[in-house]
Ligand binder design. Sequence first.
Ligand code: MN
Length: 343
Amino acid sequence: MNHFRSTERHLTLLKIPCGVLKEARVSGNAGSGGGMKNRYANRKQSFSNHVVSRYTRGARTIKLREVMQTRLLTNNSNIPLLNPGKLNPEEASKNIVTGPIVPLTLPRFPKNNSSDKLPSVTKILQATMPASSQFLLDRWKEAMVKKLGFSGFIKYQQDTFERGKLLHAVIANYLLGQGGPTELSKEIVSNLWKSVENVVKDKISNVRLVEHIVTHSDLKYRGIVDCVAFYQDELVVIDFKTAEKPKKTVESLFDNPLQVTAYCGAINNDRSIPKHVIDRNICSALVIVAYVDGTEASVYYLGREKILNDYWKQWTNRLDQYSRMEEMKHRQSGNTDLQNGTK
Ligand code: MN
């Protein structure tokens, strides 16, 4: 136990979530395939039984119980992406009959909101990043620091964040029908807008949500979706990204497909979205990558088949991994309290 805890602390210092290594260890034995997978599932199950019996006795904190509830859901019942209470895309009319509405918007990061406490999709994806992506990211950071210096790299990151924020504001402004894009004074923003202008103007219609906070009522996560609108006669989730270099393959999007898939699940199960705004399940998405030099954006369409059969499973696995990490955190702080008490 002591050994385990010091390993864990080590991992925290290195900012490597322990779940990632566990995953890496499992996939490291690639040859053994199904057997390994089964053993992993069994271990997961017995671990969760162990924790349940421990905590139904003690019930240490409400937070822990909440974490457990989500875990049991992600573990056992395989909450589907689609909401059985809603129409599926093929049953719904080509376009929402009530016609265009003023899209719902909420300000970013509202205070005093109960959904405030839920983890966001991006936080979950970051915390459970696969070891292979983490490796590439670390190597890239290292090279950038070498090139720009430490403070230069910090500035670079701030600029990247800023350009994303500005582009999102310009797009939201346009989609909300509040006139043409503003804030094009900065060259980089006018280039980014030039990059996405055609697809935003010609391919996206009947906008339903813009920069809207969505919450999965059962799986207890939330996110801010850039846009929900029609794209070629289909209602889709849309996320905008900015990039310097062309993203030529879906692999170069890393976790972006899982992010938009998580938003689909949240929208389908968000009880606060009225039916006249979204009347059906959504199970397709677009990731639109705008380029800083103004060249035509890349549009990645992620279809129903891939989202239902692949990305949704990957996402719920990551969610489960995240809640295991949270549970471990709470379990450990509980143990530490006990130990300190006896000393
Ligand atoms: Mn975005």
